[in-house]
Ligand binder design. Structure first.
Ligand code: NAP
Length: 266
C-alpha cells in the first residue's frame, strides 16, 4: 500500500491476516510515498511486478493518470483506493463504498436495495458511500452536509435516487451513515454528535464511519436508545476484503480480517 502518512495504517495487518488465513504465501507492506509521487509508485508496481496496490491519502486522485483503466465508480469519484491487474493492464477501482455494503451484508444481513438512506457529510468517504448506495438500488439517498454546494455534487453520484436534504429527513431513513469526522478522538469535534439521536428512527440501522474511538459519543448515545449501530471498522474491512479478492482471486476470509483489526484497535 502507499500513502502519506502510513505508519499507523491498519491495512497491512488486515491483509497479512487474510493471507495467513487462506494459506497464501503473500505479504502486504506499507510504503510512505510523498505527495506528488503516486504515479511513480504505480510505475514501480509495473517494474517490480507487484500483484496489487492499496492507495490512500494523498494519492487517491494522483495515481489516475498512471493507470490503464478505471472502474465506473472510480471514474465517477475521481478517486482510486485499489489497483489490480487485468492481464497486462493496470485497473484502478474504488472499493470503499462497496466495502461498506459488504460489511452490512456480512455483519447484519442488511441489503440496501429499495431502502431509504441518509448520509451525513459530502467528503471523500461520503462520496464513495453515496455512489455505492445509488449503484446498489437504494430507493433514496439523502445527503445532509454543512456546505450545500458539496452536498449537491455528492448527491448527484447516486443518480436519480440522490437528493440534498436536512436533519429533518433522518427519521424516514432505514439506513443512516455518519461520514463526517465528528466524534473522532483528538479532533475539535471529538465530543460532538453528527445529529441529535432523537432525529434517527429507533428501527434504523446506523453506521458511524469513525472507528477511533471504536465507540464514539454518537454510537454510545444511539445504543442507549436501542438503535442498531456499527462503527467504521466494517467499511475498512469490507474494502480490504474486496481488494483481497481482486488481487488474489480467492474468497476473502472476512472474519479473520475483522479479528485482525479489532486486535489492533483494542
Ligand atoms: P473529508 O473529505 O474531509 O470530508 C469531511 C466531511 O465532513 C465534509 O462533508 C465536511 O463538511 C464534514 N464536516 C467536517 N467537519 C464538520 C463539522 N465540524 N460539522 C459538520 N460537518 C463537518 O473527510 P473524509 O475523507 O470523507 O472522512 C470523513 C470521516 O470518515 C473521517 O474523519 C473518518 O473518520 C471516516 N472514514 C472512515 C473510513 C472507514 O473505512 N471506516 C474511511 C474513510 C473515512 P463540508 O463539506 O461542509 O466541509
Amino acid at each position: 500500500m502507499i500513502g502519506h502518512p502510513v505508519a499507523h495504517s491498519l491495512s497491512p495487518a488486515i491483509h497479512r491476516a487474510a493471507f495467513e488465513a487462506t494459506g497464501l504465501d503473500w505479504t502486504c507492506v506499507a510504503f510512505d510515498v510523498a505527495a506528488g509521487h503516486g504515479g511513480d509508485a504505480v510505475s514501480a508496481m509495473r517494474t517490480l511486478g507487484l500483484a496489487g496496490l492499496s492507495v490512500t491519502m494523498p494519492h487517491k486522485s494522483a495515481v489516475i493518470p498512471a493507470l490503464d483503466d478505471l472502474s465506473d465508480v472510480a471514474q465517477a469519484l475521481g478517486a482510486v483506493n485499489c489497483i489490480s491487474w487485468d492481464g497486462p493492464r493496470l485497473v484502478g477501482d474504488n472499493t470503499d463504498g462497496a466495502g461498506l455494503l459488504t460489511s452490512l451484508r456480512n455483519d447484519l444481513a442488511y441489503d440496501v436495495a429499495d431502502r431509504r438512506c441518509a448520509v451525513i457529510g459530502a467528503g471523500g468517504a461520503a462520496r464513495s458511500v453515496i455512489a455505492a448506495l445509488g449503484a446498489a438500488g437504494a430507493s433514496e439517498v439523502v445527503v445532509i452536509n454543512r456546505s450545500s454546494d458539496r452536498a449537491a455534487a455528492a448527491a448527484a453520484l447516486a443518480g436519480r435516487s440522490g437528493r440534498v436534504g436536512s436533519l429533518a429527513d433522518l427519521n424516514a431513513a432505514s439506513l443512516v451513515i455518519n461520514a463526517t469526522p465528528l466524534g473522532m478522538a483528538g479532533t475539535d469535534g471529538a465530543a460532538a454528535l453528527p445529529a441529535p439521536v432523537e432525529a434517527v428512527d429507533a428501527d434504523a440501522v446506523v453506521v458511524d464511519l469513525v472507528y477511533h474511538p471504536l465507540v464514539t459519543p454518537w454510537i454510545d448515545a444511539l445504543r442507549q436508545r436501542g438503535v442498531t449501530v456499527r462503527n467504521g471498522v466494517g467499511m475498512l474491512v469490507g474494502q480490504a476484503s474486496l481488494a483481497f479478492e481482486r488481487w488474489t482471486g480467492v474468497a476473502a476470509p472476512y472474519a479473520a480480517m475483522l479479528s485482525a483489526v479489532e486486535a489492533q484497535l483494542d
